[in-house]
Design a protein around this ligand. Structure first.
Ligand code: FEO
Length: 169
């Protein structure tokens, strides 16, 4: 059985995952408005990833016989300074999510909740992937600098991203 503290923390994380989805959809809207359909596509795919992360938590809380409690999702920012600024913000956000997952793992250890600890390892690995994907894009963006043709080439490449559900354990 999950402790109340653990259920509350998992519900908080559920909210954080859906906020992430909302944030990336807002970034997609910014890219659509600024004629970068490929970057927008990447962000919509990221939105789907975050929904997957949230749905997975929803299932776990239910499977353990606890109660999912949905809270209000905060409004994300709407305007951004540049393409580079969006991806810098994305990396900072993913690093923040990694710290939230680490806190959850810490709580599971504290509570001697080894089932949840085991379950959270999927998120620990997923965060490595999430941070790496954004870091790779950031490196390319920095190399492209302000050369529009390189930016458009990258936009084209990211337009090819399709959502494939992450492998579940
Ligand atoms: Fe759900 Fe991007 O972490």
């Amino acid at each position: 059985m999950l402790s109340k503290k653990m259920v509350d923390a998992l519900n908080e994380q559920l909210n954080a995952e859906f906020y992430s989805a909302y944030l990336y959809m807002s970034m997609a809207a910014y890219f659509e408005a600024n004629d970068y359909p490929g970057f927008a596509n990447w962000m919509v795919t990221q939105f789907q990833e975050e929904q997957f992360h949230g749905n997975k938590l929803f299932k776990y809380i239910n499977d353990r016989g606890a109660r999912v409690k949905l809270k209000a999702i905060a409004a994300p920012p709407i305007e951004f300074e540049s393409v580079l600024a969006v991806f810098e913000e994305t990396l900072a956000h993913e690093q923040h999510v990694t710290s939230l997952i680490n806190n959850l793992v810490g709580l599971a250890i504290e509570e001697k909740d080894y089932a949840t600890h085991n379950y959270l390892q999927w998120y620990v690995s997923e965060q490595i992937e999430e941070e790496k994907n954004v870091s790779d894009i950031l490196s390319k963006l920095k190399r492209a600098g302000d050369k529009p043709q390189l930016l458009y080439m990258l936009d084209d490449k990211l337009g090819q991203r399709v959502f494939t559900p992450p492998v579940e354990e």
